[in-house]
Design a protein around this ligand. Structure first.
Ligand SMILES: [Zn+2]
Ligand SMILES: [Zn+2]
Length: 255
């Protein structure tokens, strides 16, 4: 995953997916572990995080467990088999599905995940409450594969907290790529799930409905660049990065 090329548009700050590559088996799996050792508080020493690159948009989907028992699924994109297999193989109980935002490439695996783990809560920012089930809002109609997913069960605001296995993560609202973009920050601030707001060497595109570049830049500076430089950022596409790396070297938004 770390060697994957990010192809940047020549016209502006946006991430463009690589051409569709379908590996044998129909999905990009199995999930790969992300090294978060030394980044979580002492009481979370059994925490583990995995990433899978899903579907034609090469969306990063994450599975996180604080304790080897409970898990979050974050941004289940198309063809989420790898996520379901990882959860089952690790014997995890899915506490909730978290969405950084509800663009099609982050939500189109929701139905498969909900079928595999019925009754799982679905959590998203209130500004995109209607998006998972609306093919126009989640842009799946525009991409030619209309998708209507489940309704969220919990709506977030900036400053809310999401809890799992005794841990509490902070919710930061980062509009700009989409109106309800959220960053989820781990206890201690060593790890952040940043969705399509910030990428390694790039930022989220702002030409979709509800996007706004000035707002995106402000969100990044206020909610991400203000964090500790060592914080590991887990984006919605492409490789991981750190706050310090992007603050100093991101070509689109500097501190
Ligand atoms: Zn997006
Ligand atoms: Zn995306």
């Amino acid at each position: 995953m770390h060697t994957k090329r990010l192809r940047r548009a020549t016209s502006g700050p946006e991430w463009l997916p690589e051409p569709l590559v379908r590996p044998k088996g129909g999905y990009t799996g199995p999930m790969q572990p992300v090294d978060i050792s030394g980044r979580m508080p002492e009481q979370s020493r059994n925490a583990a995080l995995w990433v899978a690159v899903l579907g034609p948009f090469e969306t990063n989907a994450y599975v996180y467990t604080p304790d080897g028992k409970n898990a979050w699924i974050i941004d289940p994109g198309l063809e989420p088999r790898a996520i379901i297999d990882q959860v089952n193989e690790a014997g995890l109980n899915v506490e909730a599905v978290l969405l950084t935002h509800a663009h099609a490439d982050h939500v189109m695996g929701l139905s498969d995940v909900m079928d595999a783990f019925p009754g799982t809560p679905l959590i998203i920012h209130e500004a995109e409450a209607d998006w998972p089930e609306d093919p126009a809002l989640n842009l799946s109609a525009m991409f030619g594969m209309p998708y209507s997913g489940p309704k969220p069960t919990r709506l977030l605001k900036h400053g809310d907290e999401v809890s799992i296995g005794g841990e509490t993560w902070d919710v930061r609202h980062v509009p700009g790529h989409s109106p309800g973009g959220c960053v989820f920050v781990a206890p201690g601030g060593g790890v952040a799930i940043v969705g399509d707001t910030l990428f390694s060497g790039s930022v989220g595109r702002t030409d979709f409905p509800g996007g706004n570049f000035d707002q995106l830049a402000e969100s990044i500076r206020r909610e991400i660049y203000s964090m500790d430089g060592a914080c590991l950022c887990l984006p919605g596409h492409g490789p991981t990065t750190t706050v310090a790396q992007e603050r100093s070297h991101n070509p689109f938004v500097r501190r």
